[in-house]
Write a protein that binds this ligand. Structure first.
Ligand code: ARG
Ligand code: ASP
Length: 722
């Protein structure tokens, strides 16, 4: 009987464990302890120590945080770094002019001397990671108010960093994990001389643009190449002509073998933010309130901008980046709502909560500590709800109207003048000028006026009176809700909103005059009134309730780990280095629809629309296709382009390497599939897939399309299975 029971328990534990096989973003330093066994069972052929090792070069030494917003990896002994096209886009755009349009035509340095520096861009290596929970939480207790707790933590962390043994060129940070239950220290090394080496034309690097974004099947060659430069001692150095290509501790080898269904893969990178341990009430609000509110506001904004972009070539260029970024999150939220609904995420959370509740009830110690926890969370989220929606209305509206952004820059300048004195004011003028210049570059008064009209109308009509500033209510009354007329009156004859060149010139000649004009600018007056009102009516409540929620979520996290002992927990993403792993696999998003796991160049040609903004295909690529001129990169007469797997990724994982069972580079992560974008809140192995571009497509474009084979020669290609 006992033996049978033991067997059954083992079997159930196995079930729980295997069901979770692909979920999780794991800390590299715990792989051996928590994941190695399972990774090997799933097909991994190397050990955890090959991935993360602080005593000798390991895979982690090839991974960088790219500019703090994406991931990159070192792929040659001369510091060549691979990342996404959309991660390198800013750099590519900055070097583009009408005559040398690198966005449209691509860019390839033919030698080191042609590689272009990018001031401000950096890559950060992780030297080592340490658990510093004890020291960080010393003297912290549950009786403390949140602010008191935070200031204690800040002191402890400052102390940890002060006492840290590290080299002069290294830096460090400490981050909170498991909602503030654990703390980890990261020792880092940052290189700041990062040069652009190559980028395909947008028609390859961003093929399919917004229409294909967040979608599978995908056919995008979303990559670009940079190089790390170092001082003669191979250490970080500011940009200099004397600098030399960085010699890495580890460069990834590149596999030419491709992937089969079921093959083991892992993705190593810097996922930004997930919230996997929310209470069901919070998930319910995301589905029913927050996402829909944000989507509806962006619907309006996007249709305004799109209308102008279609009519006006100049606006199309000016607003392209803005449009892409507004639409990226807009589209993701829609997928998220669909996915959370279709996988019944709220119900799933409620079921988990029921199990939790039952176990807590059955155990007196748990009951004393956590007896009211779920109800407290439910209540706190319910109280927070309307303020959360008010926050969404406010931020989504305010940040879409550039008139407010212009006002905000000059309000800052005014407060510097008043608080920090004449010299600081003088120093600040060029800085603020530069920001305004950037704003005006991507600004059109007609577009902004329409956004002002449409968004403020929505803001006013949708919200309860308690969240409307009295000045706004008065305006709506005065104008009989004719926001079009109101916008006309606010924008007409205002230089600040119609003549950026004049404003910038005046700012140089007589900044006081510009500040005076800004004070008279009715859009800015309204902006300040809305801000003041929000700071008075929403911010204090929101901070108070958010602090309560944070505290409860922290306890809930700790409680889940104590009560659900059979589960292996992973911390939410927080822009720190993580490993995720899963097998290559297609998926079935709905009844009768089944997606394969690979795409080919044939699919690019199927989507080809001559001259189209999203689906044009460069002539040379068409020729290579016609002649099946794929070099060593094709397979059986076909050129692989993208593939999907079950890796649990999120924003920030863009540019992350996809590695095979031996740790060789096989692909470059850049997106997730539409049905599975809710993985940030509820990873579901049936439909969550990450999208990668096949490394052979990257090499094919570099070598055969761009004739930059010298770059491929720098890399180490391997042929597993041959
Ligand atoms: N959806 C991907 C991510 O979240 C790619 C975005 C870039 N591509 C685009 N068409 N906007 O970042
Ligand atoms: N495209 C995302 C990024 O830029 C990745 C994702 O959200 O899956 O990081």
């Amino acid at each position: 009987m006992r033996a049978i029971k033991r067997l059954l328990t083992a079997f159930f534990l196995f079930l729980v464990f295997t069901a979770k096989a692909d979920e999780g973003m794991w800390l590299p330093l715990f792989l051996q302890q928590l994941n190695e066994k399972q990774m090997k069972a799933m097909g991994m052929k190397i050990s955890a120590a090959d991935i993360y090792n602080i005593n000798k070069g390991s895979l982690k030494d090839a991974i960088v945080s790219f500019g703090g917003f994406c991931t990159g990896e070192v792929i040659s002994e001369k510091g060549l770094v691979l990342t996404n096209h959309h991660c390198g886009f800013d750099a590519i755009q900055n070097h583009s002019t009408l005559e040398r349009n690198y966005i449209r035509d691509g860019f390839w340095a033919r030698s080191n001397s042609e590689e272009i520096p990018n001031p401000g861009l950096f890559v950060t290596f992780i030297v080592r990671i340490e658990d510093v929970s004890k020291a960080a939480l010393a003297g912290v207790n549950e009786e403390m108010k949140e602010a008191e707790r935070q200031s204690r933590l800040d002191k402890n962390i400052a102390e940890i960093r002060r006492n840290l043994k590290k080299e002069a060129t290294q830096d460090s940070y400490v981050r909170s994990f498991f909602e503030g239950n654990q703390y980890f220290l990261f020792v880092t090394e940052t290189y700041r001389d990062i040069r652009l080496v190559g980028a395909p034309p947008s028609a390859i690097g961003n093929f399919g643009k917004d229409t294909d974004n967040w979608m599978w099947p995908r056919h995008t060659g979303d990559f670009s190449l940079f190089r790390i430069y170092a001082g003669k001692d191979n250490k970080p150095a500011e940009y200099s002509l004397e600098n030399v290509p960085y010699k890495p501790k580890k460069a990834l080898a590149i596999s030419m073998a491709g992937m089969k269904e079921g093959d083991f893969t892992m993705v190593f990178g810097f996922p930004g933010r997930t919230t996997q341990y929310l209470h069901s009430e919070a998930v319910d609000q995301i589905v029913k309130l927050n996402d829909p509110v944000k989507i509806a506001i962006r619907d309006k904004a996007l249709s305004v901008i799109d209308g102008f972009m279609r009519k006006d070539e100049q606006v199309k260029i000016q607003y392209a980046a803005k449009y892409a970024s507004i639409s990226n999150a807009w589209k993701k939220w829609q997928g998220e709502v669909l996915g959370l609904s279709s996988t019944k995420a709220v119900e799933k959370k409620k079921n988990q909560e029921a199990v939790f509740r039952k176990r807590v009830e059955a155990n007196p110690a748990f009951k004393a500590a956590y007896g009211s926890l779920l109800d407290d969370l439910q209540n706190a989220y319910q109280e927070l709800s309307k303020y959360g929606v008010a926050r969404d209305y406010f931020t989504e509206t305010m940040s879409r109207i550039e008139a407010f952004a212009i006002g905000s820059q000059l309000n800052n300048l005014r407060s510097i003048k008043e608080k920090n004195g004449e010299q600081a004011y003088k120093d600040a003028v060029p800085r603020i000028s530069a920001r305004l210049e950037d704003l005006y570059k991507e600004y059109n008064p007609a577009v902004d006026k329409k956004l002002f009209e449409v968004l403020l109308e929505k803001f006013t009509k949708d919200q309860p009176e308690e969240f409307l500033a009295p000045e706004l209510r008065q305006l709506a009354m005065d104008y009989k809700n004719d926001f079009g007329k109101m916008a006309d009156d606010f924008y007409i004859n205002v230089d600040l909103l119609n003549n950026g060149a004049k404003v910038l010139a005046n700012l140089q000649a007589n900044p006081d005059l510009v500040l005076a004009a800004n004070d008279m600018n009715r859009a800015n007056q309204l902006f300040q009134q809305l801000n003041t009102f929000y700071a008075k009516t929403v911010t204090p409540k929101l901070s108070e309730l958010q602090a309560r929620v944070n505290r409860l979520q922290r306890t809930y996290m700790k409680a889940q780990m104590e009560v659900m002992k059979e589960k292996t927990f992973y911390p939410d993403a927080n822009s720190t280095l993580r490993v995720t792993y899963g097998n290559v696999k297609g998926y079935q998003p709905r009844d009768a629809v089944k997606y394969d796991f690979y795409t080919y160049l044939d699919g690019v040609m199927d989507k080809y629309k001559p001259g189209d903004y999203e689906f044009d295909v460069p002539e040379k690529l068409r020729t290579l296709y016609k002649n099946k001129d794929f070099g060593p990169y094709g397979k059986n007469g076909k050129m692989p382009v993208c593939f999907i797997a079950m890796n649990h990724t999120t924003g920030g994982n863009s540019g992350s390497p996809a590695l095979d069972a031996r740790g060789n580079l096989v692909g470059l992560n850049f997106d997730r599939v539409w049905e599975g974008t809710m993985s940030d809140i509820n990873y579901d192995p049936s439909i969550c897939r990450n999208i990668m571009v096949d490394i052979r497509y990257v090499l094919f474009i570099i070598d055969k399309y761009a004739d930059a084979g010298h770059l491929v020669k720098e890399m180490k290609l391997v042929y597993p299975g041959k």
